[in-house]
Design a binder for this molecule. Structure first.
Ligand code: GLA
Length: 415
């Protein structure tokens, strides 16, 4: 099975990671001969935040940091999976159509989510012994949890010898996360499966479509962690789900303000209507805070289209202005920022970035800043001095502050 991209072999797990995984596998399960290594990347979303679950476009890129799983098939339906991080306890469970979850917040629920959906949709029954290693900082808003779903799901499909269409899997894995109680969109799973090295990707959801845009030479994306955890399945899940619900209500109420049959989705509502018309509609039909949530969704969607154009035209100053607009909208209208993220954005801008914004769901996690190749060093050192020096005992590691390399989608290697 190679539907999810042998062309992406330029970005498999690093040799160090694969050696470490193979050694750990050996200690627990014996020889990994005839086993496989699956790598699923995390992502940084460049623009288009809190739009995916409204069926509206996003513009992320995959990063080198990802989740890697070394595994060997079993002859029964049991999954045994060790995490190289000792803070995450080993898993053992049986694949079925109704898998009882671990307690809320348990990392194993992302593996169970993949197993349950693949059993239901693709008849997968064959288990595996495996070791998982995460290079994506957990709870940093860089999609570590979706990369776990993708990596463990692809592992199951490989051992089940079940070919599956990549686009179908994007949908299956996005739906799978309902298992952990998140009413999210499909951005993270789509980019982890579908990214191309050196490119960002505009993803549309109605219908699902990926358009790769080569990142121009010199465009440098710096990622900086606020050190405030943003766990998708943790305490912030309730706020995330509340936003999705607010968007649904806003759509319904705004639709009532129109003549004719009310549109059932945001893409239907927005089709053929300008941003100005939509904002006027919101003013007429919505009260606070729904009017602000709606304004974010509409203006952010417009910023995504503009940002794609700005990248095609190699105009980083335009792209940067859109990022700042996105951050302000997320902070003021969508209310998902926090003082630490705002501070990181301010430091990056003062140090010469073209633009900066929170990335991912918000409430903590990371920011992404766009700089020129020349000014990246100044932005990195300003962040190190002004943000991390007072918060960390040592210089920030490559998990906290790094230049994101636009990477390929999930890949497979035979051991
Ligand atoms: C999380 C979700 C994504 C998306 C972002 C916000 O990362 O997993 O689907 O909704 O939040 O843009």
């Amino acid at each position: 099975m190679a539907e999810y991209g042998p062309h992406n072999r330029t970005d498999p797990a690093s040799t160090d990671v694969s050696t470490r995984l193979t050694e750990t596998f050996h200690q627990h399960f014996g020889s990994p001969d005839a086993g496989i290594l699956i790598h699923a990347p995390g992502r940084v979303n460049l623009i288009g935040e809190h739009t995916d679950y409204n069926g509206l476009p996003v513009f992320p890129m995959a990063i080198r940091h990802g989740i890697s799983v070394v595994s060997r098939a079993r002859s029964d339906s049991i999954i045994r999976l060790i995490n190289t991080d000792p803070d995450f306890e080993p898993l053992e469970f049986e694949i079925s159509g109704v898998i009882p979850p671990y307690p809320t917040g348990h990392w194993g629920n992302y593996v169970k989510a993949a197993a349950q959906v693949l059993h239901r949709e693709h008849g997968i029954t064959r288990g595996f012994d495996g070791v998982l290693h995460g290079e994506v900082p957990a709870a940093a808003g860089l999609s570590s949890s979706s990369a776990v779903v993708v990596a463990s799901g692809l592992t199951l499909l490989e051992h089940g010898e079940t070919p599956a269409d990549r686009m179908q899997l994007m949908d299956d894995f996005a739906g799978a996360e309902a298992y952990v109680g998140t009413r999210g969109g499909g951005m993270d799973q789509a980019i982890s499966l579908g990214a191309k090295p050196g490119s960002a990707c505009r993803i549309d959801f109605a219908p699902l479509r990926l358009r790769h845009v080569a990142i121009p030479d010199g465009w440098t994306f710096v990622v900086a962690s606020s050190l405030v955890p943003a766990e998708k399945s943790g305490a912030r899940q309730a706020v995330y789900n509340q936003r999705t619900e607010e968007c649904r209500r806003a759509l319904k109420l705004a639709g009532r303000g129109l003549v004719g049959i009310p549109p059932g989705t945001y893409p239907e509502l927005m089709k053929g209507r300008s941003v100005e018309e939509l904002l006027a509609l919101a003013e007429r039909s919505l009260a606070d805070p729904l009017v602000r949530r709606f304004r974010h969704v509409v203006t952010e969607t417009d910023r995504v289209s503009q940002a794609v154009e700005a990248m095609y035209q190699d105009t980083p100053s335009w792209f940067g202005r859109l990022m700042v607009g996105s951050h302000e909208s997320l902070r003021d209208d969508y209310e998902v920022s926090c003082p630490e993220l705002d501070e990181l954005v301010d430091i990056s801008m003062a140090a010469g970035a073209f633009g900066a914004r929170l990335t991912g769901a918000g409430f903590g996690g990371c920011i992404v800043a766009l700089t020129s190749a020349d000014s990246a060093a100044a932005v990195l050192s300003a962040l190190a001095d002004s943000y991390y020096a007072s918060r960390l005992d040592q210089a920030p590691s490559g998990q906290e502050l790094f230049i994101a390399a636009p990477s390929g989608g999930a890949s497979r290697t035979t051991l």
